[in-house]
Design a protein around this ligand. Structure first.
Ligand code: C2E
Ligand code: MG
Ligand code: MG
Ligand code: MG
Length: 293
């Protein structure tokens, strides 16, 4: 069995393996066939404009429908895919699928929204990324300004020259760049200020911590928002679950919010229904007055 797996035969299943490592072992093998077996699916989590209550963009989040394990969350299989390098192939599938989705929404007359795509460091620094993106964009005739790439602070540290070049190239193509999970890594503020980055995404650990008794998380959020504003960047908070968190973010003039309070990640058809309703307003905003006035 190990032999058939060719160069991946370091993955031999040892009899001493426990259930958890058996699960990883089996997943790593199955990941290789997941694309051709069409087991991946993209869900989209709406992001809401805090002033208007309207959905103005969405984040694409990957799900794996494993034939025997059921739905596997990305936090479980993305690290495995990063370990084996399969993340590059998977990432290409994600880019292509998002482009096709945007094109299909356009064909059906759905009002356009920007879609954010998560990009691992390995994929971001891969030599093919730009040419693949170019290819998918021209094949689907998607307006590149509808694409946003989310990278994490770790990418900024990996390979400064390459990263700078990539960010500039994407910017020239019209693609938006955002920094995901901002505040959890180690960004050089100097470096950050030199790059054409559009958006900082406040990590959900800070958002969820708004409700804490100590105001440490609130101070961090205020600092990130003022940093973004002074660098002329947009700011979005992820992981918004309570009205109290929303209220705080609104008083701090955070521009966009994303979280279970509004919607979990949903299948494209469901998002499409939301976008088609002309005066659609996420429920929670109906009873909330805007911050200013
Ligand atoms: P992320 O990019 O920071 O995505 C946000 C995660 O928070 C998502 O988890 C989302 O479902 C979850 N979330 C959204 N709203 C709330 C909320 O109100 N409360 C809480 N507690 N969580 C919320 P998910 O979908 O399990 O994805 C986890 C991570 O996996 C993502 O974190 C991202 O780093 C990675 N990921 C997902 N899809 C892709 C992909 O296509 N490519 C790559 N490279 N990574 C991906
Ligand atoms: Mg993200
Ligand atoms: Mg995040
Ligand atoms: Mg995250």
């Amino acid at each position: 069995r190990a032999k058939e797996q060719g160069k991946n035969n370091y993955n031999v299943f040892h009899s001493g393996m426990n259930m958890q490592s058996y699960r990883s072992f089996s997943m790593q093998n199955d990941l290789r066939k997941a694309i051709e077996r069409e087991e991946f699916e993209l869900y989209y989590q709406p992001r809401v404009n805090i002033e208007t209550g309207k959905v103005d963009s969405a984040e694409a989040l990957l799900r794996w429908n494993h034939p025997s394990w059921g739905i596997v969350p990305p936090l479980e299989f993305i690290p495995l895919a990063e370990e084996t390098g399969q993340i590059v192939e998977i990432g290409k599938w994600v880019l292509k699928t998002v482009c096709e989705q945007i094109a299909s929404w356009k064909k059906e007359g759905i009002p356009p929204i920007r879609v954010a795509i998560n990009c691992s460091a390995q994929q971001f620094l891969h030599k093919n990324l730009i040419s693949k993106l170019d290819q998918f964009i021209s094949q689907s005739e998607v307006n590149p300004t509808l694409l946003e790439i989310e990278i994490t602070e770790s990418v900024l540290l990996k390979n400064e020259d390459m990263t700078t070049k990539m960010i500039h190239q994407l910017k020239e193509m019209g693609i938006t760049i955002s920094i995901d999970d901002f505040g959890t890594g180690y960004s050089s503020l100097h470096y950050l200020s030199k790059l054409p980055i559009n958006t900082l995404k406040i990590d959900k650990s800070f958002t969820l911590g708004i409700d804490d008794k100590t105001n440490q998380n609130r101070s961090i959020i205020m600092t990130i928002i003022s940093l973004a504003k002074s660098l002329n960047m947009n700011v979005i908070a992820e992981g918004v679950e309570t009205e109290k968190q929303l209220k705080f973010l609104r008083t701090q003039q955070c521009e966009e919010v994303q979280g279970f309070l509004f919607s979990p990640p949903i299948q494209p058809d469901l998002l499409q229904d939301i976008l088609l309703q002309e005066d659609y307003k996420i429920e929670i905003f109906k009873n909330n007055k805007p911050a200013k006035t």
